[in-house]
Design a protein around this ligand. Sequence first.
Ligand SMILES: Nc1ncnc2c1ncn2[C@@H]1O[C@H](COP(=O)(O)OP(=O)(O)OP(=O)(O)O)[C@@H](O)[C@H]1O
Length: 811
Amino acid sequence: MSVPGKTTLRLLDKADKQIRKLPQSVKGALYDFQYKFRENPTATGLKFQQLKGHDKLHSARVNADYRALLFHVGDGDYILVGVRKRQHVYDNLDRFRYEVNKVTGALEIFGIVESRDAAEEAPQEGLAKPAPAVEATEPAEPEVKPEPVPEPAPAAEAAEPPSSHGAPLFAAYSAEQLRRLGVAEGLVEEALAVRGESALLELVYGAPAHTEEVLLALADGRGFDEVLEDITAPVTAEGPVDPADFTAALARPSTRVTTSDTGLREVLEDDFSAWKVFLHPTQEKLVRRTYRGPARVSGGPGTGKTIVALHRVKNLVENLPTGRNKAVLLTTYNTNLAADLRLRLRDLAGQTVLDRVDIVNIDSLSRRIVNEGGQGGHGRRPISDSQVTREWRGMLTELGEQRWTAEFLEDEWNQVIVGQGIRTRSEYFRARRAGRGQRISRAQRAEIWQLVERFTMRLEEKGVWTYRQIAQAAARIEGERAAKILENRDREARAGGQFLHRADESSTRLRFRYEHVVVDEAQDLSSADWTLLRATVDQGENDIFLVGDTHQRIYDNRVSLGALGINIRGRSSRLTLSYRTTREILGSALGLLGEEEWDDLDDGTDTLSGYRSVLRGPRPVFRGSRTWAAECDAIVAWAKDLRDNAPHDTAPSIAVAAPTKEEVDAVQYALNRGGVRAASLGREGPPAGFEEAVHVGTLHRFKGLEYQHVTIAAMCEGLVPRAGLERLRASDPTRYAQEVQKARSLMFVAATRARDSLTITWHGDPSPLLPEKAARAEEAEGGAAGPAGTTGPEEEGFEDNGLFKPPNALL
Ligand SMILES: Nc1ncnc2c1ncn2[C@@H]1O[C@H](COP(=O)(O)OP(=O)(O)OP(=O)(O)O)[C@@H](O)[C@H]1O
């Protein structure tokens, strides 16, 4: 790990929050300090010294008032574990511990981060005491360990919160069980004695991250076996653990320190850089692993799938042979998400890495390939999905065709015919229709084929084509190219010599377009898209890496990757720790998914089991109003309140999601009229200049975004799901079920955009997709869901009181 003669300085993850809160001037001094320290830790100005009574702990001078606390791992390796005021360097060091965790093998340093309350009181910028003008006036370094500050006397009985009474929280567990789960040895006894929520939160605040995850999961009611499997097993050390070998421990991904020596600098430069420098061990493994073929990472919202994809791209590029071509494709569904990926990758890896990556959304890639191949549809213009539906309806009306609905035919065409690249009637007769519900006979297939042919001719005559047709054309072009490459390779193997590669007309050597393909939001790509991607990269090591979550599928693309030549069997992993939402929001959002079953992109099922968060916040609010006008008023009041009460004049990020454009326009109008600056979210995000306004958009628009506060409005019966779907219930139950599932996914996506607070509102009767308990409890609170004319405060809501938390939650 350490290079002889070189000093490395990493940052302990738990010290990160404290450092971000330091006054700007101290951060500046720390910035200079880390350079100087790496250069020469013993330079006199740094006053580097071992703390009395602590073999591994040292202090060094950051500026006149502040000292860095440094843990010496061994050789030239150091970890910055805290920054303290000079006179407080020794405070509470009796709680300081370090150990190599016997289960995870991680080097864990804890008890050094000040308590939550102390951290909250950290000096704010501008309040810091000015540094003394003359260095020489600085008092001497603390030479001797001061007397330990006596523990504060326990608060009087009456002042204790009621939750701290009763049995210890983890009374049901033995010390041995906590150890097996990987709770830090030095905290096992303390954990077993802990009573009440605030004491637990205090304990986990400064605890190693793994101990925090385990204890909060147990407190959430997850069983021992579940925690062992979901939280501990993925980070368990692969080989034997030597508790005395700190250097080996530092090299393990389970040790939560900045992944690179420059991570500390990034934290100081950018307050939002945690995702760049602290990967969770399970994320880290996925970034570095070598796969023998296509691999898939799933996981609930906010678990860092995109972050893993970005780090993986960086890692793949860093392992490429030198060159100038764009050897890695990073693709996703939307244009705005592709633009966001570009910004983040540049931020993470810099321009040199970016230069080797083609970042483009999947539709643009198809169009590019089709244009390159000279098959640009002969000037045909792409049309949107809603235009396609209108075209189907128009054609069926003109034909007086009533045997099939426009929706069914459009879906059959998209999913089965275009999706599988079917080009002839006989191919269609043999086509696989898994998951399509309604069975159809051979005679019916013949009817459908005829209608589809008519429809494609109609589009051609109008000079338009759909994005799926473009994807299909691109997949064909790329497929032919791949076949040629393989054929050449085969001939070369038989005949020997490389010249055969040059057998095509252009005499340029034919290659696969990319070395590696990385896909974000994989759940929304169509079969044609996957066929195209398969053909852009050779089969082999690290060829395709995809991340996605089928619970968030909001377009109608259902695929079976195996059938499309992308075999992910045995190479699937799941992320389960949310970095975005609080556990309260997460619990309610899961309640929105109902009891549905979700696929895994490959004929199997996926679950969100183990999905969790260690972040906490207010419980989501569910609120009914009697009228739409009253609901809009309540939304305006909510937004004003958040804006007026934002700390330190910051503009909180606020968003309102609603089912259709009509409600979006109404909410935006109400906000603007109420004096709240609001803008609607377009395909490319908010309009320029409105980044800090309240963003209002249809549920679809929220994919991939993130806000502090979110309201999901108009969650009413008849709107969610659309009343028009009712007729499918009897005529096409499979499709009906798929549409309901999509409506749930849309709500789920919107709910999980919220970082800090979530509100769900409706007027009249609530959507039947809202958990029944929410609506019932709201009625009991005197809200508006009762019979018309009921008196009661319209804007009043209720807090879900943990309705959707696991039934055995201890807190
Ligand atoms: N290791 C990490 N350390 C700190 N923050 C992280 C980490 N991983 C992810 N995050 C943060 O969590 C948030 C969600 O990450 P990301 O967008 O990658 O999740 P996702 O799984 O792709 O979410 P979604 O499925 O909702 O699109 C982001 O703000 C990201 O910066």
